[in-house]
Design a protein around this ligand. Structure first.
Ligand SMILES: [Zn+2]
Length: 124
């Protein structure tokens, strides 16, 4: 595991929303996701309550008070499980300073497919 503060490492319990929430926060998280450092980890693949799987990596961002650690499900959680994201996690996203970007289908529902970046490094 990497040292840092968790960001959107939540465990949704419900089905995905029928209509994804693509707003400022989702766009901010998308831009940050594209600039994170990816670290392969041994904890394996995480599967969301709706069946979407992550890439099995920790994604590391530089926040204002240290590193933020999230997963490739972060955009998916904001878009499809917004009703289950705690307000403190929304506040952390609002403090990101990576600009905004429109999420792709892969970032929303196939995050496991974007985990093959050649610059991945292994944990430990
Ligand atoms: Zn989900």
């Amino acid at each position: 595991m990497t040292n840092g503060y968790d960001l959107l490492r939540i465990v949704p319990k419900n089905n995905a929303l029928d209509t994804p929430v693509i707003d400022q926060l989702t766009s901010m998280m998308t831009a940050a996701l594209r600039k994170c450092r990816r670290v392969s980890c041994e904890h394996g693949i995480t599967t969301c309550s709706c069946g979407v799987r992550d890439s099995g990596e920790e994604l590391i961002l530089q926040g204002e008070t240290g590193s933020l650690i999230t997963t490739s499900l972060c955009v998916h959680f904001l878009a499809f499980h917004r009703d289950e994201v705690p307000s403190i996690e929304l506040a952390k996203v609002a403090n990101l300073r990576y600009g905004t970007a429109e999420p792709t289908v892969e970032e929303l529902v196939y995050p496991q497919a974007i985990g093959s970046a050649p610059d991945r490094v292994a944990c430990r």
